[in-house]
Design a protein around this ligand. Structure first.
Ligand code: NAD
Length: 292
């Protein structure tokens, strides 16, 4: 069956879209994009390549030389790739990271679609982020992308919390850039300050967990254990999607919050990349049925 499917789909005209990272074999992106290409009858194929920092520069040169339409970029290459590209989207420039590259006749432009994915997942729940206040826990790759996109999309205020670890210096830079370059007010707090966290959540519309807490090996743990820190109607988005319901989401549900796991963000970051490469809307309802 595999042979028939490949010879029917892949011809001399088929264009390549890549995914570069390491490790990469677990990724859902090849299934997501190839199913979407097939469904829409688009002549592309999406293939994952094991590429780390050491082989990144050669890979980008190769992608350009082979005139591929584009590729996704994941860990450990999301920041390092910036130096090899020609242009960056506003969000990529603000975050200093890239997860999607588009090749327009040899000009490589980097985008970051993780934040777009989160904003679209919120929109799916009927949430317009304009004028809203967010509390965001975590300033790694996911957190930074969400901070920047929320600010670009018109959020009023972002209260950002991170523990005192290796991410904190970069977080200070992100907050500075958001305050200087957008109309959004961003403030960084230490996650260890639980009273501050409680107060900021109390005046927020949306709470985001963009830390690894809640997924393996921290599955069953939550940065919020006291449900009185949450209020009914608060939107609680956990970037984690495995497990589908984290400890935080279960506490939030009991507290009367509107809860969302990271599957929507994952789907829509892919849909945004798909649109950049093909100009077409990914058939997201169809992909949801296949993947989730
Ligand atoms: P990262 O390594 O870049 O950042 C990790 C973040 O978690 C940092 O802010 C760090 O300070 C924090 N952290 C780690 N351990 C902690 C602990 N014990 N207590 C408090 N904070 C802690 O990782 P990332 O790529 O930003 O991923 C963060 C989470 O978001 C992961 O769970 C990942 O699966 C998820 N994610 C989801 C999507 C999606 O599409 N849904 C996309 C990217 C990441």
């Amino acid at each position: 069956m595999g042979k028939i499917a490949v010879t029917e789909r892949v011809t001399g005209h088929t264009e390549l879209i890549g995914l570069i990272g390491y490790p990469i074999r677990h990724s859902m992106s090849p299934t997501m994009h190839n199913e979407a290409f097939k469904k829409l009858g688009l002549d592309y194929v999406y293939v994952a390549f094991e590429v780390d920092n050491d082989t990144l520069e050669d890979t980008v040169k190769g992608m350009r030389a082979m005139k591929v339409r584009g590729f996704n970029v994941t860990m450990p290459n999301k920041r390092k790739i910036v130096q090899y590209l020609d242009k960056l989207s506003d969000a990529s420039a603000l975050t200093g990271s890239v997860n999607t590259v588009v090749n327009d006749n040899g000009v490589l432009t980097g985008y970051i679609t993780d934040g777009i994915g989160c904003m679209r997942a919120l929109a799916d729940k009927g949430v317009d982020v304009k004028g809203k206040k967010f509390t965001i826990m975590g300033t790694g790759g996911a957190g930074t992308a969400i901070i920047v996109q929320a600010a670009l999309d018109g959020a009023k205020e972002l209260s950002i919390f991170n523990r005192n670890d290796s991410f904190i210096e970069e977080a200070k830079q992100t907050v500075k850039k958001v305050n200087e370059q957008t109309n959004c007010k961003a403030t960084l707090y230490m996650l260890e300050d639980q009273d501050k966290l409680r107060a900021e959540i109390a005046s927020s519309d949306i709470l985001i967990n963009a830390t690894c807490v809640g997924m393996k090996p921290l599955e069953g743990q939550s940065l919020i254990t006291d449900p009185t820190m949450l209020h009914p109607g608060l939107i609680v988005h956990d970037c984690v999607y495995s497990p589908r319901e984290t400890k935080l989401l279960s506490i939030a549900k009991d507290a009367g919050c509107i809860t969302m796991n990271g599957l929507g963000m994952m789907l829509y970051q892919g849909a945004a990349a798909f649109k950049l490469w093909t100009g077409k809307d990914m058939p997201t309802d169809y992909i949801k049925d296949i993947l989730f």
